[in-house]
Design a protein around this ligand. Structure first.
Ligand code: HEC
Ligand code: HEC
Length: 429
């Protein structure tokens, strides 16, 4: 009898009590959240992983020792003016903001950028790049200020020369420049149309100028980059629906229905950090590892030749006069760790491009370094198939060498529903 009642207690009453308690305590909490079933509950591990992808995990911004004006408000204001000024271009129609449009996540929605001429790569979004280490799709610049100098004297972008950029800034922004950097350069006697990086007349004019003049041009040119970088440091990544969802789950507050994720979006998140392994590269609060990978993206039919990505610039970077180790950097050499310890292994970086952020990705097609894919569905199909367009090509030095697989990703074996779920998750970002 005693044994029997004990069985009754353990087998029937106790489970019933536990069930009642669970129903009373747990269910109302989640029932109120959404019509989701249990799939909406994240395990502690999943919660940790989810949090790592949100703005709550963004570390405070470290200083840029190579730019002593990085936090200077007057420099940022000057930088903002320069960013929007079309006078800093050969045809007076191109500003940074022509391609990096504030209303469109600081990009332009084109497969290939259009400046003075058509570019061979797609415009990149800018917000949040102040946390990055390398700039451009191939990372050929190691600071925001040094990056900003490139387009100004690129014949297919702003199309000016170094001397002319500085002269125009002195003419149109002299007062603001002086307020930040002190004395204005005395441009009387400076050559027009002079640049060390543009072959032909600009290079001849540059070489004909006195060393003191060239140094003064370079110094002012670097300052212009530093002001633009100070402005770019104020462009923050925007909060997305996934941030709000995770924040609400972590607090006990009632999430707004808009912040809730549905079951497909949640399943997509699980694929992203699980079976599909997207977070191996798209990790952290900006959803990028700030590194370079070959992901087998096909060559663009609108671009001639092979774009070798990172492999083509690793040697060049060491000689960039505007790098962290160059004469215009404000950093002590021992703080330039990224540059000093970077890998220069060309074979590793053939066809490797910088992992882009996925924040706001659904609102800015097309995708990849030359806009090769029009939709997120095409992107996910691509990862599912994992082709290797570099297979069988001679290497970057024209050698035919036996190669392993270039594409770092492997076929995923996703079914139609899983692909749709991954896309659903990407849209929450
Ligand atoms: C004609 C369009 C165009 C103009 C004008 C332009 N850019 Fe860009 N921007 C691009 C393209 C294309 C890329 C990628 C180029 C590459 O990888 O070779 C890029 C890359 C960048 C990046 C790198 C982002 C990252 O994640 O690495 C930054 C920052 C940037 N541009 C800032 C600027 C600034 C500042 C100016 C003005 C001085 C400017 N851009 C002018 C098209 C443009
Ligand atoms: C091995 C590292 C790596 C993995 C794994 C990876 N990505 Fe990427 N992702 C990249 C790189 C690098 C690019 C840019 C490639 C290029 O332009 O050539 C990219 C580009 C993208 C883009 C285009 C973004 C833009 O602005 O153009 C999307 C979307 C994307 N990845 C989603 C995913 C998804 C979803 C997964 C998982 C199925 C995934 N990635 C897995 C490295 C990776």
């Amino acid at each position: 009898m005693l044994a029997k009642s004990r069985t009754l207690i353990t087998n029937v009453l106790l489970p019933a009590l536990i069930l009642a308690a669970v129903t009373a305590i747990v269910l109302p909490r989640y029932a109120a959240r959404a019509s989701n079933d249990d799939a909406s509950l994240l395990t502690p591990d999943e919660m940790e992983m989810a949090k790592s992808l949100t703005l709550a995990s963004l570390p405070s911004l470290s200083p840029d020792p190579s730019n002593r004006f990085a936090e200077n408000a007057a420099a940022a204001e000057l930088g903002r003016e320069l960013f929007f000024d079309t006078r800093l271009s050969a045809n007076a129609q191109i500003a940074c903001a022509t391609c990096h449009q504030p209303g469109a996540q600081f990009q332009d929605g084109l497969p290939l950028a259009e400046g003075i001429d058509r570019n061979f790569r797609r415009t990149m979004p800018i917000a949040g790049t102040q946390w990055g280490a390398w700039f451009f799709w191939d990372g050929r610049k190691d600071s925001q200020w040094s990056q900003a100098l490139g387009p100004l004297e690129n014949p297919i972008e702003h199309g000016l020369t170094r001397a002319d950029v500085v002269k125009r800034v002195v003419t149109h922004h002299g007062e603001a420049y002086e307020k930040v950097f002190g004395e204005l350069p005395d441009v009387r006697g400076w050559p027009n149309n002079a640049s060390p990086v543009i072959a032909g007349k600009p290079l001849e004019n540059w070489q004909a100028a006195a060393q003191t003049v060239r140094d003064a041009i370079d110094r002012a040119f670097a300052n212009i980059g530093k002001a633009i970088a100070a402005f770019e440091r104020t462009l923050m990544p925007e909060e997305n629906r996934f941030d709000r969802f995770v924040a609400a789950r972590l607090s006990d507050s009632q999430p707004s229905p808009e912040a809730e994720l549905d079951n497909d979006e949640l399943a997509g998140f699980r694929l992203f950090v699980g079976k599909a392994g997207c977070n191996h590269c798209h990790s952290g609060p900006r959803l990028t590892d700030d590194f370079f990978h070959n992901t087998g993206v096909p060559f663009s039919p609108d671009v001639q030749g092979v774009d070798w990505g990172r492999a083509a610039v690793v040697e060049w970077l060491a000689n960039d006069e505007f790098s962290c180790l160059g004469p215009h950097s404000d950093a002590p050499a021992d703080t330039c760790r990224e540059l000093r310890f970077m890998s220069k292994d060309q074979a590793v970086f053939e066809g490797a491009f910088k992992t882009p952020t996925l924040r706001g990705v659904a609102e800015r097609p097309p995708y990849m370094h030359a806009g090769q894919f029009a939709t997120l569905e095409e992107v996910v199909d691509h990862y599912d198939e994992a082709p290797d367009p570099f297979s069988g090509l001679p290497d970057i030095n024209g050698q035919i060498v036996p190669h392993g697989r270039h594409n770092e990703t492997i076929p995923l074996g996703l079914d139609v529903r899983e692909k749709a779920r991954l896309v659903a998750f990407l849209k929450t970002l």
